[in-house]
Write a protein that binds this ligand. Sequence first.
Ligand SMILES: Cc1cc2nc3c(=O)[nH]c(=O)nc-3n(C[C@H](O)[C@H](O)[C@H](O)COP(=O)(O)OP(=O)(O)OC[C@H]3O[C@@H](n4cnc5c(N)ncnc54)[C@H](O)[C@@H]3O)c2cc1C
Length: 469
Amino acid sequence: MTAPVPADVISRLKAVLGPDGWSEDPDRIAPKLVEWRDRWVGTTPFLALPKSTADVAAVVGICFEAGQPITTQGGNTGLVGGQIPQGEVLLSTERLRTIREVEPYDDVLVAEAGVTLSQVHAAAADVRRRFPLGLASEGSATVGGVVSTNAGGTQVLRYGMTRNLVLGLEAVLPNGEVWNGLKRLRKDNTGYDLKQLLIGAEGTLGVVTAAALKLFPVMASRAVAMIGVATPEAALELLTRAKDETGGAVEAFELMGRLGVEFALRNIPGTRDPLAAPHSWYVLAEFASGEPGSAEGAMARFLEAGLEAGLIGDAVVAQSDSQARALWEIRENQSPAQKPEGATWKHDVAVPVSQVPAFLAETNQAMEAFAPRARIAAFGHVGDGNIHYDVLRPNGGSDAEHVARRDAGSRIVHDIVARLGGSISAEHGLGSMKTAEGARYKSDVELAAQRAIRLALDPKRILNPRVLF
Ligand SMILES: Cc1cc2nc3c(=O)[nH]c(=O)nc-3n(C[C@H](O)[C@H](O)[C@H](O)COP(=O)(O)OP(=O)(O)OC[C@H]3O[C@@H](n4cnc5c(N)ncnc54)[C@H](O)[C@@H]3O)c2cc1C
């Protein structure tokens, strides 16, 4: 727990923020102290609600001078606890809500940090453009949050992570200075790229106040299919064929095990079994193209060839937007559908795409030995080598007993990931939850370099002090 916030710091913050710019009301603050998975419960004596970049600069400047730690929070959808304060000043971006500009010639949208991803999508659509970052949390996740966590999602295969989708940033650095890097250049080779340092820094190197986001053309045709396959190897072979045969039209390629589909059928009202008979694994594939009719044609050819090759057990192609939505909901509900099933060890890991089958086989075997009756629900962005490998307590087992073994179980999973050349956090970040574990898998050279960068920008370590190295 961080030391109490001194009274003089609080009165200086109140003075710069004005009467609407802060809160000490426990009821107002309470929703910001718990996170989506109920794993982290925080505390703060003071919620700062800046409404402009100048306000953010004033708050950070006062705190820097006093050595007062701050935790920054956007939409509070982060899954590793980094946005939950433990006694620090809580800086919320909820009032930084302006979309400053949408410019189709530059294919850029400039949004303030508290704008949600859904609002970005809607503003881009208004000028017949799209911002291709899709998350199940997009109704709440904010621009500042996705930038700071370098969020991924379902379209990384084609468009990359947030890191690939940002042209410029505006941020308040830990000493309270404003850095205006809101460029919209596709080319800028003038030294270190500060924006890339801030992207994925999980709020440790600055408070992001606005971002210039890359827009893309709207697709004229789209095809979504749910495909039953026998093994992850078959899914990988299909992915390779899809990439080879569609000329880059693969927009998403997601893998789910049968158990996760059963959880969705049981726990998410309205879910229907996507195929006539159960399959061990399911691929949700989406192709999109700028040419009318082209994605549908490519999907039909791809499925026919896959069936002929014996790679596909069965498949269904969505015939309407609502059918496509229903198929996507099965995928997006993989995590929510686990909630009623009891305690889970969750892993957000990445391995080289070619190693996904080996990872699943080795880890399943290791879990069988370590937690024989546990239920494994693995799903994820197989096209990115990113698997959410979730180990649920045995049917009828005790949540407390399962939780007590979590760290040891996760260590086994992470060691396998490391041996296969992977990462223990593919897209959620390290936050408060995984920082110590993350340090185990970094070399001393890399840790020292990362600490040197942080110390140079934040010598008093005031920003998100419990997060990262
Ligand atoms: C149902 C569900 C599905 C999800 N799916 C995905 C997915 O597919 N891919 C994925 O990558 N993530 C996913 N997430 C995780 C989460 O949505 C992302 O990490 C998102 O980017 C967090 O945005 P946020 O605004 O909620 O940030 P918060 O949760 O508020 O904060 C997250 C981190 O960013 C920091 N931060 C927030 N705003 C700022 C700012 N303005 N300046 C500096 N630091 C800041 C916080 O301090 C914290 O460390 C999912 C979450 C849920 C609940």
